[in-house]
Write a protein that binds this ligand. Structure first.
Ligand code: CU
Length: 381
């Protein structure tokens, strides 16, 4: 196993989600209820009950719902997925801030239910395990507005959110998420274990992967190579030869184990668009993936407004990554060091310093190719 992956597995293997201690947030919550009750206006009202579930692809099954100002509300949140989620209502315009704050909680994050200690958080559930529900009772804000709700489990805020509309207007219908432009598929196989078997069709598994973000996808390609794609970061992470992954039972909440040897790790998000090579994209949004007849996935992201599709396959002992983009912009691919990616080449582009440059038609479709080593580990770096 690659040393980085091994170290990461070890460090995360020790952290376990613990049951919550009573939180300051809970106290704040009761305080806010008490502050409203003396008015006596809403205490007798039947609560507005909102039921929210989860659907594959890190989404709530409601993209919005409406409540009246100061209404008594009960949200019943059910997690029907294999991942952990919570449900957090925040002040208008603070979803990203709160989501990012949750990423930096560090030690004790699980004890806090991944809810950052900020006044931007209005109401929150604890982390809800697969197959469980949580009830969140609260008094809606008195001020009309769009109050985001979001899952603050690390990395999920990117994709998993909706809007609680506080309004006196007649309530619009509750909305389910927009159907993605491309079908988003996910493997629902609970446990996938293969040991070096070469499959005729690709296998795609959404799971917690070592050395990657929490919204990761493992892919086993026909040809004996597997790779990890990080949906949160919208990028290829690493590839390995040998077997596929062993995923822990849902209740264990651990990381998947890589049954092979990592031969390539992408050092960073590889693409930049426009005139300056290496410019960090302002925004990368993961949209989902499609699969073909061999069940090989093609991932779709939007990078600074340009749709980028990436598909990897094995051909003639080489890992071939095909990129397709929608825009007119010049695309740059940061070339890893020769030590990190021996023999990496590109089609359609020209080499300029540490980048491959793809302009015009070449920017619409190009490939990055590297030889796959025989199934043996790289020397430790
Ligand atoms: Cu979540």
């Amino acid at each position: 196993m690659h040393p980085l992956v091994r170290a990461f597995t070890r460090s995360l293997g020790q952290s376990r989600i613990k049951l919550p201690a009573r939180r300051p947030l809970l106290i704040a919550f009761f305080a806010s209820v008490l502050a409203v009750l003396p008015a006596g206006l809403h205490a007798a009202d039947a609560p507005t009950i909102i039921r929210i579930g989860t659907i594959p692809g890190l989404k709530f099954d409601l993209s919005e719902f409406s409540v009246r100002p100061s209404a008594e509300v009960e949200v019943i949140f059910t997690n029907s997925e294999e991942m952990l989620h919570n449900f957090v209502i925040v002040k208008p315009g603070t979803r990203e801030t709160v989501g990012l704050a949750a990423l930096t909680l560090g030690a004790g994050a699980a004890e806090r239910e991944f809810v950052p200690p900020t006044p931007d958080v209005l109401f929150s559930t604890k982390v809800v395990p697969a197959g469980s529900s949580a009830s969140l009772k609260f008094t809606a804000p008195a001020t009309p507005g769009d109050y985001p709700y979001v899952c603050t489990f690390p990395g999920h805020y990117f994709l998993m959110f909706g809007t609680m509309i506080v309004t006196n207007d007649p309530r619009p219908p509750v909305k389910t998420p927009l159907t993605p432009a491309k079908p988003v598929t996910s493997s629902t196989a609970p446990v996938t274990t293969t040991s070096g078997a070469v499959t005729a069709r690709a296998v795609t598994t959404r799971t917690f992967m070592p050395a990657s973000g929490p919204a990761s996808i493992a892919v086993q390609l026909p040809g004996g190579v597997s790779y990890c794609w990080d949906a949160g970061a919208g990028r290829f992470r690493y590839a390995w030869t040998g077997g596929y992954v062993t995923t822990p039972a849902a209740a264990e909440r651990g990381l998947a184990q890589i049954n092979g040897d990592v031969f390539y790790e992408e050092p960073a998000f590889p693409l930049s668009l426009g005139t300056s090579p290496g410019a960090k994209p302002r925004q990368v949004d993961f949209k989902g993936y499609t699969i073909d007849a061999q069940r090989v996935p093609e991932f779709e992201t939007v990078v600074d407004g340009v749709t980028v599709r990436e598909r990897a396959e094995i051909k003639d002992g080489k890992l071939i990554r095909r990129f397709r983009t929608s825009g007119e912009a010049t695309v740059w691919f940061a070339i890893p060091s020769e030590a990190d990616a021996p023999g990496l080449t590109a089609t359609g582009g020209t080499k300029q310093g540490a980048f491959y440059k793809f302009a015009g038609a070449a920017a619409k479709e190009f490939t990055i190719t590297m030889p796959v080593p025989p199934a043996a580990p790289l020397p430790a770096r």
